[in-house]
Design a binder for this molecule. Sequence first.
Ligand code: EPU
Length: 328
Amino acid sequence: MQKETNKNLIHLNTFGIEAFCDEYYEIENSLELAEIDLSDDFLILGSGSNMVISKRLPQVIHIKTKGIEILEENDKTVKLKVQAGEIWDDFVSFCVDNNYYGTENLSLIPGTVGASPIQNIGAYGAEVKDIIQSVEYFDIETKSFKNIDKKDCFFEYRDSIFKHKLKGKIIVTSVLYILEKNAELNISYGGIKNYFVEQKPTLKAVRKAVIETRNSKLPKPEELGNSGSFFQNAIVKEMKLRDLVVKHENVPYFKAPGGFKIPTAWLIETAGLKGFRHKNAGVYENHALILVNYGGATANDILELADIIENKVFDVFGIKISKEVNIV
Ligand code: EPU
């Protein structure tokens, strides 16, 4: 385990925000977690791809554990135990190379394996809950390792028990995935479907299509600091949707649990804020759900911009949007 003090986290968060922490620990083996005297206010860091660091942090635990282990295998499925510090897309690439089905639509999502169950990452019609069997974690109070079954994780759209009851109480150490060796590919999502009008897709081709689609819309953090979707998509009741359709006949919507999902990118763009800049931060020109750091943006610049957007969307549509990123 490596320990540093007064560490600058600017290169450890994809927004590229300068922020310092008092104590910084790098963990290469989960067992090391039991050796740290954890403060009440620690931060677990994977790739730092879904957060805005808004203050000096007392203690940062950077999970860098690696390993993909086959636990069980038969003709139809394979069970893989993957360490929390593995880069998510390295794991997707491993699965596609080995012809394991289930991760391909989630190609190129930034972040680590350990973060994948926390917000139930999803893209192009797939969610990680569909392939998770269980999650192993370190229980901070008892300093012991435990397992939680998928059914007890309460996975929902960008949500799970890890954001609620277990928040601050546990550290995810590994995830058990169950993948199929021969399955239907899910290419029904608009942007992906267009790639396969003529030929029948292969697993590799789906990964390639997802990567190309993402690259064409989403900025690369190395080039322009960002943390993917900054807001969640909005869920509205049928009454509200009817009201919206009257005023905006082209409003896109999808049936979803709890009502209808309206793309927040559409709300922001229609409110006139796509490309809008505030100090050193802005709404990305090619995708209105993404906030970007044009260089030197502070957490305050980004949070002020988020406020402007939330207020404007509320004024125009009467819809309260929620952040998808974590503010720490
Ligand atoms: N749209 C606009 N303006 C824009 C961009 C999009 O009006 O600038 C509208 C279009 O109608 C488009 C719709 O929004 O059809 C949906 O856009 P997109 O397909 O890009 O997906 P999204 O709903 O904005 C979600 C996830 C992404 C994921 C994509 C693809 C959330 C919060 N975001 O975005 O996840 O990659 O679907 O499946 O659910 C992330 O979580 O960081 C992330 C990038």
